[in-house]
Design a binder for this molecule. Structure first.
Ligand SMILES: Cc1ncc(COP(=O)(O)O)c(C=O)c1O
Length: 383
């Protein structure tokens, strides 16, 4: 368990921010790294050509440490949707086959597949919400992995409920079937341990601005070696083998730079975003993701216990990710709750009939108590 890390962030005392699944706050040091990076553009004469490569490679090697793979397997992407679209462009699927997704999966890991099946005559196969199976997504996915599935496009954690998938078992089942596994780790990487070696995905993407504690518009894409000869979404100069020699750029070449670099987005050497993202990932490595998970999990357990007393229910601990807690109540969410939360500066996501609570290492027990106080007061009002 980590002690509260709030001092590393710029979070005012009167704010209880329990909404990392929406967007994480940027650490002070990451903000400084990003600001210094942006300032470099004020003096372009100091920006040597090698800087187009060193920052990107540092991003690759740091991201690679987080997921346990060689830096060469990491591409730099602007969003989860870009990474999923790259996978969709490269993975074969044909008529009579299907692409497996979860019910109510995040749109960035849905639309690219919807398009792909439309183009190929394949079908989307949607794993129904397993309400009748204890909300056990792993069992539901394993049941759905039949011969017709060519690609399973899944998250590690369902983005609204926090339901967790056992990717090691699902990965093994996909390999047995010969199905490709594509992962959107945006709501888990940085808060839930993940290992490429254990899961063996074909592609895995994570946007940086949530649990990776990084800036918006940058993310990592893991590409398994077998797909690294594939087709990128865009063709740009810096993905090519001759990019390091600025004087030979118009000696057009068929050859790409090594590994997953061919899948990098255009202008990937972003001098402001990359250093901020790298600083944040280095901090995650220093804290250790298992410790982060346990720390967020402990706070959620405290909140869950107090919320249960107020009549709220939530999925059992072994089926949800520790950093997620979704509270529901038979009688619904008190009508006055959103206004009360706003007044008390308690930030969670209230969606329909559920409250999504997603703390991180900058939260303290006091933040949880402030949320419970709001739930208690509104519960009394709606009685
Ligand atoms: C599961 C999941 N994936 C991806 C994203 C962000 O997608 P994109 O980077 O394509 O905007 C979100 C944002 O809420 C998310 O919850």
């Amino acid at each position: 368990m980590l002690p509260c890390q709030r001092h590393l962030f710029d979070i005012p005392d009167d704010v209880a921010y329990l909404n990392c699944a929406y967007m994480s706050p940027l650490m002070k040091q990451a903000l400084e790294a990003g600001t210094a990076g942006l300032a470099r553009k004020a003096h372009p004469w100091e920006l040597a050509p090698d800087k187009f490569f060193t920052g990107s490679d540092e991003f690759r090697s740091t991201a690679a440490q987080l997921i346990g793979c060689p830096g060469d397997c990491i591409a730099i992407v602007p969003s989860a949707s870009y990474g999923i679209a790259t996978a969709a462009r490269n993975l074969p699927v044909k008529e009579g086959q299907s692409v497996l997704v979860l019910e109510e999966q995040f749109p960035s890991n849905y639309y690219p597949w919807q398009r792909r099946v439309e183009e190929t005559g394949a079908a989307l196969k949607v794993v129904a919400w397993p309400s009748d199976k204890d909300n056990d997504w792993t069992a539901a996915v394993l049941d759905s992995l039949t011969d017709d599935v060519a690609i399973a496009a899944l998250p590690h954690v369902h983005w609204t409920s926090g339901g967790r998938l056992d990717l090691v078992r699902i990965g093994a089942a996909c390999r047995k079937l010969g199905a490709a596994l594509v992962l959107d780790l945006t709501q888990s990487l940085g808060a839930l341990p993940f290992s490429v070696r254990e899961v063996q995905p074909d592609f895995a993407v994570a946007a940086s601005y949530k649990w990776l504690l990084g800036p918006y518009s940058i993310g990592l894409l893991y590409v398994a070696p077998k797909w690294q000869e594939g087709m990128p979404l865009e063709e740009n100069w810096i993905q090519r083998a001759n990019a390091r020699d600025f004087s030979s750029l118009i000696l057009y070449t068929e050859d790409y730079d090594a590994g997953a670099r061919r899948f990098d987005m255009g202008e990937r050497s972003n001098f402001a975003l990359l250093p901020a993202a790298v600083r944040a990932m280095k901090q995650l490595l220093e804290w250790n993701v298992t410790e982060i998970s346990e720390t967020a999990g402990a706070l959620n357990r405290q909140i869950a216990a107090a919320a249960a007393e107020l009549g709220f229910s939530f999925p059992p601990g072994h089926l949800r990710a520790p950093h997620y807690l979704c509270l529901r109540r038979k009688t619904g969410i008190p009508r006055e709750l959103p206004e009360m939360l706003a007044r008390e500066k308690v930030f969670v996501s209230v969606r329909g009939s559920s409250i999504r609570v997603t703390p991180n290492v900058y939260n303290s027990a006091a933040d949880g108590e402030r949320l419970i106080a709001c739930l208690q007061q509104t519960a009394n009002l709606s009685r």
